[in-house]
Design a protein around this ligand. Structure first.
Ligand code: ADP
Ligand code: MG
Length: 217
């Protein structure tokens, strides 16, 4: 599903990734683990084509991510759901509306919104909190809304960047259990984290990064 071949990315003098190669197969659950500055977020941004590498190849399914045209970018990104640490929920919208927006942006017909939003709210266990605003939700609940919003577009791939970053261990476990559930339903998951405890607990494939290189698979 995802293939990096000798990818190098620099920001000015900083080499964020150096000759990174790895492959993630359909339906896999993979951790990108490493300390802050290791290059994890850079990998996720490259998959999203938010940035381009200096050299190397990146494939997402049959698509060549580096060569994808401006016109085809939305199509590529539609297949990816993102859960990022700085949750980015809209404060003046309810949990329900925050999820609905993802469908509006994609141009999904309005008649289908309610069923799809209700389905993902149920999946993350927030059906009874859907009319609350972000300020009325806990950190764990906000992160679950964020996951629901990523799921509602029905992506093939979920990218999660430090999804447990601001959460205590109990809430972090909840999020990871949800991601496992989503993975069991067939979606490919890539989680970037520096949290070794979480990685040890889940017993999934781990790609270990340090200073822009893969040091262990
Ligand atoms: N926009 C940027 N400009 C300059 N340096 C950057 C930028 N983004 C990331 N870096 C640098 O690239 C390296 C990798 O960063 P990043 O991919 O964010 O690592 P991680 O997510 O593992 O913490 C770090 O040294 C970071 O400071
Ligand atoms: Mg990061």
């Amino acid at each position: 599903m995802i293939k990096f071949n000798k990818v190098t990315k620099t920001y000015g003098d900083v080499t964020a990734l150096k000759d990174v190669s790895f492959e993630v197969k359909d339906g896999e659950f993979v951790f990108l683990m490493g300390p802050s500055g290791a290059g994890k977020t850079t990998i996720l941004k490259l998959i999203l084509a938010e940035i381009s590498p200096d050299s190397g190849e990146i494939h997402f399914g049959t698509a060549d991510v580096i060569k994808v045209s401006q016109k085809d970018l939305p199509k590529l990104r539609q297949r990816i759901g993102c859960v990022f640490q700085d949750f980015k929920l809209l404060n003046e919208r309810t949990a329900y509306e925050n999820i609905e927006i993802a469908l509006a942006v994609l141009g999904v017909p309005e008649a289908k919104w309610k069923e799809r939003v209700d389905k993902v709210l149920k999946m993350v266990g927030l059906s009874d909190r859907k009319n609350l605003f972000p300020s009325q939700l806990s950190g764990g609940e906000i992160q679950r809304v964020s996951l629901a919003r990523a799921l509602v577009v029905n992506p093939d791939l979920i990218l999660a960047d430090e999804p447990t970053g601001n959460l205590d261990w109990e809430k972090a476990d909840e999020i990871m259990e949800l991601l496992e559930k989503v993975n069991a339903e067939g979606k490919t998951i890539i989680v970037a984290t520096h949290n070794e405890e979480i990685v040890a607990k889940l017993k999934k494939r781990v790609i270990k990064l340090a200073s822009g290189k893969i040091i262990k698979e």
